[in-house]
Write a protein that binds this ligand. Sequence first.
Ligand SMILES: [Zn+2]
Ligand SMILES: [Zn+2]
Length: 152
Amino acid sequence: MLIGIGITLLVFLLMEVKAWLMHKYVLHGFLWNLHQSHHTPRKTFWEWNDLFFAYYGLLAMLCFIFGTENLDWRFWTGIGISLYGLVYFVVHDLYIHRRLKIFGKTGNSYLRALDIAHKVHHKTRGRNGSESFGMLWVHPKFFRLAKQKNSI
Ligand SMILES: [Zn+2]
Ligand SMILES: [Zn+2]
């Protein structure tokens, strides 16, 4: 059980690294056609970019299908992917982009830093020239910005 929780935590951390790499080199690379929908003003509720949720959902599902019988590392990997997906959805889609109006403004510096970093990412409409590709890890400069804004 402890090893399982360890695997879950490790997968959760690796998912942030994977999300960063995927975002920078795949989404802003050869799959830009799908991701572009997320860098242009939304016309419908769904975006082509949402397909990436389905991709991670499928990965987690495969882990559960093959790992549940023996509760082996695949099961815990599935838990890690699912947890990261849930946190990503809440932070990115609900809190930052407010696709459903659930969250209001917050004074929490970490959440404000995430918001600022991701809005900086969205400043670029094109495939090239963006920065800040991660989600839960942000550059310290965004913390400083968030703290400055909080104290105004
Ligand atoms: Zn992007
Ligand atoms: Zn976004």
